[in-house]
Design a protein around this ligand. Structure first.
Ligand code: 7TS
Length: 412
């Protein structure tokens, strides 16, 4: 399809049953991958296989099914950890990125943040990397400061240097913006933060699904991501950290399986990462995430990235000529994930998304859970097309035709 197609697009598309369906009599053109991705049959089959063959609780039963389920669940942990360059003992399964940042807010924040401390995040964050720090700042009477952005939508390093002069307790930053697509040099941000003694949290929700990520090389304290944005099921994700740091901080939830011993007046904690996985865990979806990791590993994350960069370049070239098209964020695919936010003249993004839906095209419109960024951009909302490995040039051509149709309807 593309001139130098790094992947076998047609073979990949055959793996995604949902791509066979039609919407409003048209081929489904799914361009809402930053919200959630579609699932290949390999992931769907892993879920069905678990429920049909070895459904059982983990870590507690010596019977055959219990052992098989435990092996598959722990196998998924190993796969997910290896995928992001981390150790399995340092990977806590959570419901996703939002629960991961909240785990840090509670378990790390309760212990280490003091009255008058400074916490730092940035203007390009998803609400899940802002609101937990607001709650922590309120509880601890700490101050929350924001790193501002350059006109191109990248982190303003001078602003980062300025907030670091406060010697913050925490610096939280996204690896890749879900609106601008900006890929931040998080290794550099973490190294600068470490020099002033700050703990670091990186939101990898839009990074892990789209390009190779190496937790050890980034050098952050905590790294969060979601399974459903990387071809896996909803309700599963991870918080990655160092085993020693996880040992040092307090549990997030209390209950079964996270304890070693329970007395009437106190309890002792299980080893990490189990100390953070209270109650019956999300076994099926963890196994599904393991299958998604296998799938992406088989395709190759370098190839996924190459494919999305080529698609991004093609999209920006095609859409730039469309009347009224205004794009937000960096333009060079080298600094941008597979996310493209835009507006079309003064057409409201919700109207645009409705017109596109009539053509079978799914995009997202709205504030993308990034209201501070919308205010910085001085817009109430944007439209957003976001890619994954099954998108091709034909999807972009359909989007372009849909935008032109909207332009005619609104007489742009
Ligand atoms: N961080 C970023 C950068 C995100 O894009 C999202 C979800 C999250 C955190 C939260 O992930 P969750 O799995 O815990 O919900 N982003 C979007 C989006 O852009 N549209 O819908 C969800």
């Amino acid at each position: 399809m593309l001139k130098t197609e790094p992947i076998d697009l047609e073979a990949i598309r055959r793996d995604f049953p949902i791509l066979k369906r039609e919407v409003n009599g048209k081929r489904l053109v799914y361009l809402d991958n930053a919200a959630t991705t579609q699932k290949p049959r390999q992931v769907i089959e892993a879920l069905v296989d678990y429920y049909s063959r070895y459904n059982s609780n983990v870590h507690r039963s010596v019977h055959r099914l219990g052992e098989e389920a435990t092996e598959a669940y722990e196998g998924a942990r190993e796969k997910a950890a290896r995928f992001v360059g981390a150790s399995p003992k340092g990977l806590v399964f959570t419901r996703g990125t939002t629960e991961s940042t909240n785990l840090v807010r509670f378990s790390w924040g309760e212990k280490f943040v003091k009255k008058g401390d400074t916490l730092v995040t940035t203007l390009m964050e998803h609400h899940s990397n802002i609101v937990p720090w607001q709650l922590l700042a309120k509880r601890k009477e700490a101050n929350l400061r924001f790193v501002s952005l350059t006109p191109e939508g990248t982190l303003d390093i001078a602003s980062l240097e300025e907030v670091l002069r406060d010697s913050p307790a925490l610096v939280a930053v996204t690896h890749c913006s879900n609106v601008l697509g900006t890929i931040n040099d998080v290794a550099k941000v973490c190294s600068m933060a470490r020099k002033v003694g700050a703990a670091t949290v990186v939101d990898g929700a839009q990074a892990v699904p789209h390009f190779p990520v190496d937790f050890a090389a980034i050098g952050c304290d905590f790294y969060a991501f979601s399974g459903h944005k990387m071809l896996g099921p909803t309700g599963i994700g991870a918080l990655v950290s160092r085993k020693e740091l996880l040992e040092e901080i307090d549990p997030f939830h209390g209950g079964g399986e996270m304890i070693k011993e329970v007395f009437l007046d106190h309890s002792t904690w299980n080893d990490v990462p189990y100390k953070f996985e209270a109650g019956t865990v999300n076994i099926a979806d963890a196994i599904g995430l393991g299958a998604a990791v296998d799938y992406l590993t088989h395709v190759g994350m370098d190839k996924v990235r190459e494919h999305e960069m080529a698609l991004l370049r093609y999209t920006l070239e095609s859409l730039t000529g469309v009347k009224g098209f205004k794009h937000y964020g960096p333009r060079e695919p080298e600094n941008k994930g597979g996310v493209l936010s835009f507006n079309l003249g003064d057409v409201h993004p919700h109207d645009l998304a409705t017109i596109l839906d009539e053509e079978g095209i799914a995009i997202r419109s709205g504030h993308h859970c990034a209201q501070p960024l919308m205010r910085w951009l001085d817009v109430s909302a944007t439209s957003r097309a976001s890619f994954h490995v099954y998108n091709g040039q034909d999807d972009v051509d359909a989007l372009k035709a849909g935008l032109e149709k909207a332009g005619r309807i609104f007489r742009l």
